[in-house]
Each structure stands twice: as structure tokens, then as C-alpha cells.
Write a protein that binds this ligand. Sequence first.
Ligand code: BDP
Length: 712
Amino acid sequence: EDGLNGWLRYARLPRGMLRHAKVPTHIIALNTSQASPVFTAGKELQKGIQGVLGQNPEVTYEGLHGRQGESSILVGTIEAYADAGGAADIPELEEDGFWLNTEGDSVEIVGQNERGALYGAFEYLSMIAQGNFSEVAYATNPSAPIRWINQWDNMDGTIERGYAGLSIFFENNVIVSNLTRVYEYARLLSSIRVNGIIVNNVNANPILLSLENMAGLGRIADAMRPWGVRIGVSLNFASPQTLGGLDTYDPFDKSVIAWWTDITDKLYEHVPDMVGYLVKANSEGQPGPLTYNRTLADGANLFAKALQPYGGIVMFRAFVYDHHLSHENWYNDRANGQMEFFKDLDGAFEDNVVIQIKYGPIDFQVREPPSPLFAHLPNTASAIELQVTQEYYGQQCHLVYIPPLWRTILDYDLRVDGQKSVVGTDILSGKTFNKKLSGYAAVVNVGLNTTWLGTHLAMSNLYAYGRLAWDPTNDDVRMLEDWTRLTFGFDETVLETITKMSMVSWPAYENYTGNLGIQTLTDITGPHYGPNPASHDGNGWGMWTRANEHSIGMDRTVWNGTGNAGYYPPEIAAMYEKVETTPDELLLWFHHVPYTQRLKNGNTVIQHFYDAHYAGAETAFGFPAQWAALEGKIDRQRFEETLFRLEYQAGHAIVWRDAINQFYFNKSSIPDARGRVGNYPWRVEAEDMELDGYRVTAVTPFEAASGLRIVQ
Ligand code: BDP
């Protein structure tokens, strides 16, 4: 199996389970239009039942036609269902919500809208594909209306931070002609209840707005619409000048306003249900309104107004910071960027602007506290930005099941006004500040590779993302188990092994890449891959570990540091202000302490570094053997491809471990109490061997190889 069907394989149930199978033989989908999600739901139910049970149910699309009372699977909107005479006792449904009733001989799948009905069909299929034929009757509604994907696809077909081949959307500055993969992607997204997708990179190329490409966007929208996935685009702020030929892109200039209005009108001609825009402005060299002394709100509102007649929304990114900052000034702090730029703008945005905030104050690091901005926009819609693509988590070459990391943010109680304000269930759900618009966006970056993300096991992250956006209280293990059964079948050892490896994978990755809140100590200025702690200091892109011979960590306190801790609501701010009350896992995020500082577990900071890097690498080292034990229990292709990745990870985790430990041993001169660091008696150094055509040379950064040398 090549992974193309993801978790929607509809593999035939084992014989023992088939015996309990009980599904109606007739499907009634209450919509005759082929582009409608309800029509799609009818087809998908048929396909699923064929695959899972080997039965061949008939589908009709034309309403009940007196077939009430006959055993059937009925799928439709609540309106269509009511017209057909049903729907009397269905609980209240919100937008995209659905009702699923498998009690008795028939199955009712009723959506608040078309999309909801399709989600309900997928829910039912997920049950039977897992051999679950129990009788259930419940309604479910989304935690938030915005559940989107961001693709960072470039117009030339490459993907920024993409690890699975070229784009499924673009090539040579136009939209690809064959959109089969786009259609299949929408199917996967719909099954996890994602309802919107931004198809191009946040570092946007204005060429997307050419007339030819607008027509192409229309084709993309047509391919995704049957699955209830609406598309939107990222904009480049300077487009009126670079594409439109105007001499300005000032958001207050009349010709600029007219240009964007015209572009928006044209886009809606091609994509009548376009979901809106995503804008990265004045960030990492991208153009924006600050060039003209306009505020970020002025910039966002420019697009918001153009979209208002169509009901579209602007996702405006909070990822704004000065990447020219230097660490010379002790008070410079990239983490303060979004607060400094946005905190005084609350209420200055149009109602259809949503501030899209990365989960932490910096940038998808392996451990961050939640962005304090979540607590500071009572009058502005906001959404969280997560990353399924593993930019800083080993780029799909390392197994990292991310939901436990997301959970540290989603479950976090920010204590706004001293009240319970949990990021997921209170803030992103819109409850705390009584907002209609809020939700989730995740950078996904699937590519043409048949595995979508570059490796099979990474797909659990995409699956879980959708489920968490629907309900942030979904359990990490339950989601993983569902995904595993759907992806690999029912073998208990397979289930246990994948669960066990996945659940320890993020803590292990944190352990061998950067712990105590010091960050993923990867190469920060370039590929963001592999160890390079020194690259974090001395430039605005970095996180500034501030490590010297005696001490390490970023002082973000109010009394002595960058003041970042003070941006949190008072109870949280007080906790982070003091070393004693800051949890160990964020100690070096908020404080600059001696290497000999004792942690709550009694260890010193430096000894913890050494131990944790050993522990993390040891965990990863165990993965290949655990996986190898599954031989014969899953198909050969996925078995071997995954084993290859895990073996690579096991080795690379050792590279990480030794590089980081060597670097801090070199800085601090404090030896490892357990005598491991810098001492590898069992190792055979490549540079000590003799081989024609190779030479020994120094390596940069020095810590990347033992003995500071490599062979070339
Ligand atoms: C960083 C990525 C960069 C993105 C940027 C962003 O390295 O490629 O353009 O985030 O989110 O993490 O805009």
C-alpha cells in the first residue's frame, strides 16, 4: 500500500467482525446535484460499505418516494429531511453539525447543512470501518467555525517547508491541469471536518491573481466543493504595485482600494464561495501597511471591506516581528513582537478580520507557552495557527506525534480576568469573549508523494488536527487508536506499538533537540534541520539562548528581563516572573540561570541537559526494533518505508544528542556526572580510517561531529 488513501482505505473487515455487521442495503441521499456534499456522501457511503463489508448497496438521490419505513441509510440536510417528513426529534444543530442515529433498522445522518451531512456519513463509515456496529443516537457540533488548512505552496510548484515532493496545486506559475490529487486531498480533509483551505504560500506570489490563474482557482474550487471544502488565497500586500502597475500599495490610496475591490470581484466570479484571504504583512521582509505609516489594522481592513459584500473573511497573521533585532540589547525579544504590534489594535479591525496567532510567541518550537495575545483580543476575532508539517520537529524524518504538544496549549488556562479561560474550550471556541468567528488553521504542506506528508506515520497528525479543531477535548490516545485501526487494521500488537511509539515520540524529540524551554536547537537561519545551537544567538531570527560559560536562558521577567512574562494575565504573569514558580519545562524560556541551577527534580540544568539528551536518543533508538517486530502484520511497502525512516531517526537522534551535549560541555566546562559526554570509547571514528579519495577535514559547527572532524 502506498498511503494514498490515508485513513480512508475501507479495508475489508476480518471475518470474525463481518459476522456482526449489520447495515441497511439501500442508501438515500437527499440531493441530486453532483457537486453537492450530500450527493458525495451517498457515493462515499456506497464505496465505504463495498470496501468494508463487500456488500453492494444501491444509492438513490431523489428523496424518499414512499420508501419510509424501509431499512435504509438516509443522508441529507435537516431541511431536506424535514421536507421529506422526518427530523422531528433532532436536537439543535449548529453550522456544520450533524445528527447520527443508528438505532433500529435504519440509519439517519442529518446535517445542519450539506457539509454536516457529509461529516456524518464519514463518522458512520469510520465506525463500521472499525467494526463498530453499535446503536448510537447523538448530535455533534463543532467547537469553532474556522477549521482550515494553510498550504505553503509556491506558484513554481515547490513548497516552502514541504517534505513530500512538489505541489498538488501549482507548477510553472499556473494551476496544474490534472486536479485528481486535489480532489482526493479534499476527501481526506472533509473526513476530518476541515472546511477551508488556503492553497498558496503565505509568502505569496502575486502572479496567482492573473486572469488565467483565477480561472485555475475556479477549477480547484470545483474539485474541492463536492467535499464541502472552500478555498481561499494568500495575498501579497504589494500586488497593486508589482502586478497592477500602480505606483503605490498604500492601503488608504483610492487606486489601491479600487484595485483590490476589482481583484476581489473577479475572484468571486471564478470562485463564488471563496472563503477569504490570508495575509502575512510586514513580517520577515514581506510588504505591508507599515511602509506607509498605516497600522496593521488599516492593512487588514482594506481586504476585509473588499470581502464584505461576499461574506468572506480575512485571516490576518500575528506573526509580525523584527528579524533585524540583535541580542546585544538585553531587552530585545522576538517573543514580544506580536504583542507590541497587536495589543493596542484590539477593536480596530473590521468584524470579518480574524487574527491568526501561532500557538506560541515565537515559531512552532518544540515547547512554548501559549501566545499571550490569545488573552488580549477581547474585541477581535482570533484563531490559532498550528503546524502539521514538521518544520521544527524533524521534517517528517522523525516520528513525532504532535497532539501532546498541542495539548499543552489547548488545555492551558490563561486566567483572563481571573476566570477560567482555557485556550481550546473557552478562547478558541469563542466563549470567553463571546465571539462568532474563531477557530483553527494548520500548516499542512502535503505534496505529490503518495504518502501525502512524506511518511506514513505523519498522517496521524493531520487526522488528529481535524478532530481537535472539531473538539479540542478529544483524547490523544483515542484519536491515535482510531487512526491506526483505519490505517493499519486490527492487529493488537500493531495498535499497541504505534500507540506506544507515538505517545513517547514528542517528549523524546524534545529531550534530544532542546529542553527546559530552550527551544528546538536546530539550525535557525537555514533549513531548520539538524542541531546548531550557536545559530540561535546574535540575530533576530534566533531565539537567543543567551548561553555563556556560566549561565543560559532568556530572562523574560518584568523585573529584570524583556518583560514578556508581564504580557500574560496577572496570575500567569506572577507564576512566570519567578524561577521558583516557573515549571521546569519552561525554565529557560523565562529565566537566565546558572548551569548549576537546581531543577524541581533536584538535578542541575546542565546535568538535566546531558541526561535528557541521552534519554531522548535512547527512546528513538528503540523505535526500529519495536517496528521490526511488526513484520508480517502490516503490508510490506508501508512496513519497509516506515522502518527506513525510524532507522534514520535512531541515528539522527544520536547526532542531536552528542552535538548538543558537546556544545554545552564546551561552553560550561562542567563534565557529565555520568561520564558519557565527550567520551565515546566504543566509537570508530571515520576520520581514523584510511580510504582512497577521501580526506579528513574540520566541521562547522564544530559540535556536529565527534572529534570536531569529518571525512569528505
Ligand atoms: C517560519 C518558516 C517560514 C515561514 C514563516 C511564516 O520557517 O518558512 O514563512 O514561518 O510562518 O517558521 O510565515
